[in-house]
Design a protein around this ligand. Structure first.
Ligand code: GCO
Length: 473
C-alpha cells in the first residue's frame, strides 16, 4: 500500500516522536498590567491607532494568565503530552533589565506546577516577539547592546527554571519579527527601512547564538533549540527572471537566518542586498553567530509563488497571491499546500549542521463558529492530516524529524490580524472566555490517544526528583 493510502496513525511516527501544541505569551496571556508587568513593544503597538485590524488589542486575549489551570487540563483532555509556550520578558524584567519581578517568577512556576500535575512536558520559547518597551526606547534590536540585555534575561530564566524545564527554544521566527517589525513596520515596534532591518537581523542572529550558549552553560541536561519560519518558494514561470526572483526570496525567507547560526555566514551571493550588512559585522561576529543547537524548530504553513518585479526594492520580486492562483486558502489567505512542509523538511535536513528537526508550529485558520455547542471545522482536520502525511513521508525518507506541534491550543490574538483568524483546536468566545473543543481538537485527541512514550525520561522534569504521571494515568 502507498503511504498516502494507509490510515494515518501517531504510532507510525515512532514511539519517541514528540507530539505537542504551541502558543505564545502575548497571544494568549492577557493580564497586560498584572503583578508588576512592564510594557512590551506589542502592548504599545496595539495601543496605537490603525496598527491592528479593527483596533483589537491583547489586554485580555485568552486570559491564559488566569485560566492556565483549566487550559492545561484541556491539553491533558486532548491527550497532548507536550506544551510549547513562551515567557514574557517584560513580566520577568519589567524594564528589560534587572531587577527581576518575583511575582512573575512565581507565576510561571505555578504554570509549570499545573503542567506537572497533568503530566505535560513544558517546551519554553524565550523570545516570541514581545520585547520590553523600555529597551525599544534605546533602539531595541537595532541596538547592538540588545544582545547583552537578552543574555541577562536568558540567564535569569535559566537560573530560575533550568532545574525543572529541559526543552528550550531561544527565538521564534526571527525572519518574521525582524521583517514585520523593523523593515515593513507592520508588526511591533513598527519600524521600517533597510538599515533598521539589517541591524536587527544581525543582532538577533548574535543573540540567538548567545542565548543558546547561556542555556547550555547553565542547564547541563538542556535540550536546546531555536525556531525558524519557512515557506516553500516556487517561481511563477520558468522565465529566468522569475527563477532568479524566486531564488532571492527563498534566500531571504529560508536561508538568511539559519545559515549564520550554522556557521555558514549570511548568503550574500544569492541576495546581494545582504552585503550591506557588512558594516554591522564586527571582527569575531561570524564565529559568535554560530551555535550547535540540539534541534531546529521549523514552522511552515504554506507555499508562495514568486515573480520578478522591477518595482520592489532590494529583492526585485513580488508574490503572486494565492487568491489569484485559484488555489484553496485559509483565513490568512495562505495557500493550503501540504507538500511545502515536506520540501522544507528536506531542505533543512540537508544542512550538515542540523542535527534534528521538530515541526514546532503548523496549523490553519478558518472562520469557526459554535453551533449547538459544536464547532465543525473539517478543513482544519484535513489540513493537519495532509500535513502530517507529508511529515511522515519526509521521515520515512530519512529526514530526522522528531516532533510535531500544532499551532495552536486556543483561538488567540493573531498579531496585526487581531482576533479574526481562528487557529485554535479550541474555540474561544472572547466576550465570555468560554472554551469549546473544536472537532479538529477531538480528532487530535483521538489521534494521540494511544501514544506511549518509549523513553519515559522525555516526559519527566529534570528537577524536583519527581516523575510526571505516566500517560493515561
Ligand atoms: C508566527 C508565530 C505565531 C503565529 C502563527 C500563525 O509564526 O507568526 O509563531 O505566533 O500566530 O504562526 O500566523
Amino acid at each position: 500500500m502507498e503511504e498516502f493510502d494507509k490510515p494515518l496513525s501517531a504510532a507510525s511516527f515512532g514511539g519517541d516522536f514528540e507530539w505537542g501544541v504551541s502558543t505564545a505569551a502575548f497571544q494568549i496571556e492577557g493580564a497586560h498590567d498584572a503583578d508588576g508587568k512592564g510594557l512590551s513593544i506589542w502592548d504599545v503597538f496595539t495601543s496605537q491607532k490603525s496598527r491592528v485590524k479593527d483596533g483589537h488589542h491583547a489586554q485580555q486575549a485568552c486570559d491564559f494568565y488566569n485560566c492556565y489551570t483549566d487550559d492545561i487540563k484541556l491539553i491533558k483532555e486532548l491527550n497532548i503530552p507536550n506544551f510549547r509556550f513562551s515567557i514574557s520578558w517584560s513580566r520577568i524584567m519589567p524594564t528589560g533589565h534587572h531587577p527581576v519581578n518575583q511575582s512573575a517568577i512565581d507565576h510561571y512556576n505555578r504554570v509549570l506546577d499545573a503542567m506537572e500535575a497533568q503530566g505535560i512536558t513544558p517546551w519554553i520559547t524565550l523570545y516570541h516577539w514581545d520585547l520590553p518597551h523600555e529597551l525599544e526606547l534605546k533602539g531595541g534590536w537595532t541596538n547592538r547592546e540588545c544582545i547583552s540585555w537578552f543574555g541577562d534575561y536568558v540567564e535569569v530564566i535559566a537560573k530560575h527554571f533550568g532545574h525543572r524545564v529541559k526543552n528550550w527554544m531561544v527565538m521564534n521566527e526571527p525572519s518574521v519579527f525582524t521583517g514585520g517589525g523593523y523593515f515593513l513596520g507592520i508588526h511591533a515596534p513598527g519600524k521600517r527601512g533597510l538599515t533598521n532591518f539589517l541591524r536587527a537581523v544581525h543582532h538577533v542572529t548574535l543573540a540567538t547564538a548567545a542565548g543558546g550558549k547561556i542555556l547550555r552553560d547553565l542547564i547541563s541536561d538542556g535540550h536546546i533549540g531555536t525556531t525558524f519560519s519557512c515557506t516553500y518558494i516556487e517561481p511563477a514561470t520558468q522565465k529566468l527572471k522569475d527563477i532568479a526572483a524566486a531564488k532571492r526570496v527563498d534566500t531571504l525567507l529560508n536561508r538568511a537566518f539559519i545559515e549564520p547560526i550554522l556557521g555558514l555566514g549570511y548568503p550574500e551571493t544569492e541576495l546581494p542586498v545582504i552585503k550591506k550588512m557588512a558594516k554591522y559585522i564586527l571582527p569575531g561576529d561570524v564565529e559568535a553567530a554560530a551555535f550547535d543547537f540540539d534541534f531546529i524548530g521549523i514552522q511552515c504553513y504554506t507555499r508562495e509563488v514568486v515573480k520578478h518585479s522591477f518595482f520592489t526594492p532590494y529583492v526585485g520580486a513580488a508574490l503572486v497571491k494565492a487568491e489569484k492562483r485559484g488555489v484553496p486558502t485559509t483565513e490568512m489567505h495562505w495557500e493550503v499546500h501540504p507538500p511545502s512542509i515536506y520540501h522544507m523538511l528536506k531542505r533543512f535536513d540537508a544542512y550538515k549542521g542540523v542535527k534534528k528537526i521538530l515541526v514546532t508550529e503548523n496549523g490553519s485558520a478558518f472562520p469557526d463558529e459554535v453551533v449547538n455547542g459544536q464547532v465543525k471545522d473539517p478543513k482544519r482536520e484535513a489540513y493537519l492530516k495532509s500535513h502530517l502525511r507529508q511529515v511522515l513521508k519526509a521521515k520515512n525518507e530519512g529526514v530526522n524529524v522528531q516532533g510535531y506541534f500544532v499551532w495552536t491550543l486556543t483561538d488567540n490574538f493573531e498579531w496585526a490580524e487581531g482576533y479574526h483568524p481562528r487557529f485554535g483546536l479550541i474555540h474561544v468566545d472572547f466576550d465570555t472566555q468560554v472554551r469549546t473543543i473544536k472537532n479538529s481538537g477531538k480528532w487530535y485527541a483521538d489521534f494521540l490517544k494511544d501514544i506511549k512514550k518509549e523513553d519515559e525520561d522525555t516526559l519527566c522534569y529534570s528537577g524536583h526528583g519527581q516523575r510526571a504521571p505516566e500517560q493515561g494515568a
